[in-house]
Write a protein that binds this ligand. Structure first.
Ligand code: GTP
Ligand code: MG
Length: 179
């Protein structure tokens, strides 16, 4: 079974490693900062995803190109509870999205840490900074995500983690069939 490469990126402390484990095993871990790519595997339906969970610290971002090279899906994690870092996050996001090697690769964007009030209050600001509807060279999907207090987090049902996982499968299948 071929593994489909997924590049998971975002600033340090955005929550990438935590979210990755949550998607994989539906449980929360106590993460350590990622210092080199964490390579992990998610099995969803009958598909295997090879997750390239990137280190977000500024001095380590130079390795990102190895993560998006030949990736099938890009997944960006924004700490939505940290508006002071939106511009920095946008700059790093753009470095990847504007890179010719990523042209056409579908993007899944996570407005993460939705359990935090400030994340919910900052959602419109985040959307204004990232302007996702202006990205037209690839399919783009966005989700509000959290690993905490899911029951009370008021995430619309069409943006839940189950739906996100199905979307990943759908993206791979549509690529396979060339649709
Ligand atoms: N409140 C809240 N905290 C979260 C959530 N997800 C992750 N965190 C916390 O955010 C911090 C950073 O999480 P990590 O998963 O290490 O972040 P990362 O993006 O992998 O960071 P680097 O490996 O340094 O790039 C940790 O303290 C997590 O417990 C969430 O959904 N809600
Ligand atoms: Mg990490």
């Amino acid at each position: 079974m071929p593994a489909h490469k997924l590049f998971l990126f975002g600033l340090d402390k955005a929550g990438k490693t935590t979210l990755s484990h949550f998607i994989k095993e539906a449980k929360e871990i106590q993460p350590r900062p990622t210092l080199a790519f964490n390579l992990d595997k998610w099995i969803i339906k009958d598909l295997e995803f090879q997750i390239w969970d990137a280190p977000g610290q500024v001095s380590l971002r130079y390795v990102w190109k190895n993560g998006f090279n030949r990736a099938k899906i890009l997944m960006f994690v924004l700490d939505c509870s940290h508006p002071e870092r939106f511009e920095e996050a946008f700059t790093e996001f753009n470095q990847v999205i504007m890179n010719a090697d990523t042209r056409g690769i579908p993007l899944v964007f996570c407005f993460h840490k939705w359990d935090i009030d400030l994340a919910q209050a900052s959602y419109n600001d985040a959307r204004a900074v990232f302007k996702l509807p202006l990205i037209t060279d690839r399919p783009v999907f966005s989700y509000r995500t959290t690993v905490k207090n899911l029951e009370t987090s008021k995430i619309p049902s069409n943006e839940d983690i189950g739906g996100l996982k199905l979307k990943l499968v759908e993206l791979i299948q549509s690529e396979r069939w060339g649709t």
